[in-house]
Design a protein around this ligand. Structure first.
Ligand code: HEM
Ligand SMILES: *[C@@H]1O[C@H](CO)[C@@H](O)[C@H](O)[C@H]1NC(C)=O
Ligand SMILES: *[C@@H]1O[C@H](CO)[C@@H](O)[C@H](O)[C@H]1NC(C)=O
Ligand SMILES: *[C@@H]1O[C@H](CO)[C@@H](O)[C@H](O)[C@H]1NC(C)=O
Length: 510
């Protein structure tokens, strides 16, 4: 009996001291920390389902900032994570000292969805980045514009149709169908027609990707994760979807090889990369790409499929989120909405009654609205980095240990009154030619910063501006009573997402 009591006491003391050590990691290093609690660390509000992860991370930023700190340390459950706060320090991490932080997430198994540029590091990343950069030049954007314009027409047709039904319209879903059709066509070379048909398989599978990653972990899974026996739940959940998308890419590739198809899209550029090892302009004579034996410098099928899928996952949710948050804000600001409408109509007329690539470049006000939306609602509200070599924080003696994850709160920076006066006010004029020089470029990072910056930035701006111009040219949007404003966020989405969708009243404007 006494032996059992002693054994229990020893175990209790051992567990206590271990977790006491765990939650004093930062303190021991001389890095300020918050008040972690056992099991949850500093993520209790998030893990209890009260707020989303991005809000929880924004709270770290605010708490450290309120104490006048340049950085702090937190615990994600029991894992220590470093939270840089000062934009100058963040700039150093993402640019000058990039070599120490050349990875986005830890412990990613390289299955199809994760075998891509976003998850690479070192030379593997550098080579792939060099190969993919030509995919996103101005010339290539222009080349793909016809496809974008075609999908924008589809968006307009759908809205006219929905308007007739006299019912409120859910604009997040509509925006997703638009961005899915664009990336389906430009990326995979398939017409998935989700604007015409919301049961389109491609669209349904794409939605699952984000629905599944947002499935709330069960208690058992939480505990399993806590003691490190499960890889991230996100990665488990998408496993089944990988086969669907791999087959889509395989079919497209086979069809193109059999028929020597030359199409002006991402897929063709990736075929060039696979068979020739480099990307060039696409000409009609380009069907010789299929005669090439696989080049030494070329990429393999899995690599090709991996990058194409990255364009999809990186693009469709982020851009549609941006469009729907812009519309949500516009219901609160009819004057801004009217100004956008005037610009859209003026440019539409100027370019012969259609939206052209050049026309979209002239949409300066609409661009300010998109940029302000990305300030208030950055889709990647937490910029992830992993420290890949021991790093001494500049001007301190603190060493950040290899393998430590970082949480840069983009949302925190973007809503910090020091950098954006009246941060909760939606004010596109912050980005006007007269005002934009006042913005600290390192406090505004919706597309990240440094060598790792978003490759699809211009593509994203192009499709978001075009989509909004098409919607606003003919329609007026106001808040439907069931949509909460300010919005509440879906708790388990990494990308801030409005709970219940963005349901709006739509009227036609003559
Ligand atoms: C509004 C829409 C978008 C936002 C807010 C966004 C934001 C971001 C951010 C924050 C990163 C990480 C940057 C860093 O670590 O410093 C990123 C990476 C990336 N994005 Fe985007 N993105 C958007 C749309 C797109 C689109 C449409 C594409 C492609 C068609 C795309 C392709 C990529 C790629 C390939 C990377 C990985 C870059 C690398 O690791 O080297 N993004 N994006
Ligand atoms: C994804 O989630 C939304 C909202 O929870 C739901 O309406 C939709 O049907 C889901 N889609 C799929 C394909 O599961
Ligand atoms: C748009 O709707 C709002 C609110 O219903 C209304 O005040 C405004 O006049 C409308 N604008 C146009 C151009 O129809
Ligand atoms: C939105 O539409 C509903 C039903 O059509 C209508 O009752 C309501 O007044 C509209 N709200 C606004 C703000 O226009």
């Amino acid at each position: 009996m006494i032996l059992i009591i002693i054994a229990v006491a020893v175990i209790a003391v051992y567990v206590y001291s271990k977790y006491d050590r765990t939650y004093n990691y930062w303190k021991r290093k001389g890095v300020p920390q918050l008040q972690p609690v056992f099991f949850y660390g500093d993520a209790k509000d998030f893990l209890d389902g009260k707020i989303c992860e991005a809000e929880n991370t924004m709270n770290y930023y605010k708490k450290f900032k309120a104490r006048g700190l340049r950085f702090g340390g937190v615990y994600n459950e029991k894992r220590p994570e470093w939270v840089p706060v000062d934009p100058e320090l963040i700039k150093t991490i993402t640019t000058k000292d990039y070599e120490y932080f050349d990875l986005h997430f830890r412990n990613i198994r390289k299955t199809l969805f994760f075998n891509n540029l976003f998850h690479m590091r070192g030379d593997e990343w550098r080579n792939m980045r060099r190969k993919l950069t030509p995919v996103f030049t101005t010339g290539k954007m222009k080349m793909m514009f016809d496809t974008l314009a075609d999908k924008a027409d589809g968006l307009s047709v759908l809205m006219h149709d929905l308007k007739k039904r006299q019912k409120p319209v859910e604009l997040k879903g509509i925006s997703m169908r638009y961005t899915t059709d664009i990336i389906g066509s430009c990326g995979f070379g398939i017409e998935c027609n989700s604007l015409k048909d919301e049961t389109s398989e491609f669209y349904v599978q794409g939605q699952k990707l984000f629905n599944q990653t947002s499935v709330k972990p069960t208690l058992l899974q939480k505990i399993a994760r806590f003691i490190n026996v499960l890889p991230s739940t996100a990665q488990l959940a998408v496993g089944n979807l990988e086969n669907f998308f791999r087959e889509v890419v395989r079919d497209t590739l086979k069809y193109r090889e059999d028929n020597k198809v030359v199409r002006k899209d991402f897929m063709h550029l990736m075929i060039q990369l696979k068979n020739k090892g480099t990307i060039t302009e696409i000409s009609n004579a380009d069907d010789d790409v299929y005669d090439k034996t696989v080049n030494e410098d070329g990429i393999g099928f899995e690599e090709l499929a991996g990058q194409v899928l990255l364009f999809f996952t990186a693009g469709f949710e982020t851009s549609s989120t941006t469009m729907s948050f812009a519309l949500l804000q516009l219901t609160q600001h009819p004057d801004i909405q009217e100004k956008m409408r005037e610009e859209a109509r003026r440019i539409f007329k100027k370019f012969g009654g259609k939206f052209t690539y050049e026309g979209v470049q002239e949409m300066n006000y609409i661009e300010c609205v998109v940029k302000e939306t990305l300030r208030m609602y950055p889709p990647l509200a937490i910029l992830p980095r992993v420290c890949t070599r021991n790093y001494r924080i500049p001007n301190t003696d603190v060493i950040i240990e290899k393998d430590t994850s970082l949480r840069i709160s983009v949302w925190g920076l973007h809503t910090d009154p020091e950098y954006f006066p009246e941060p909760l006010k939606f004010n596109p004029d912050r980005f006007s030619p007269e005002n934009k020089h006042k913005i600290n470029p390192h406090a505004y990072i919706p597309f990240g910063d440094g060598p790792r910056q978003c490759l699809g930035m211009r593509f994203a701006l192009l499709e978001s501006k075009l989509g909004l111009a098409v919607l606003l040219k003919d329609f007026n949007f106001s808040l439907h009573k069931t949509t909460a404003y300010p919005p509440k966020y879906v708790v388990n989405n990494y990308i801030p997402t409005v709970e219940g969708g963005v349901l709006l009243n739509v009227t036609k404007v003559d």
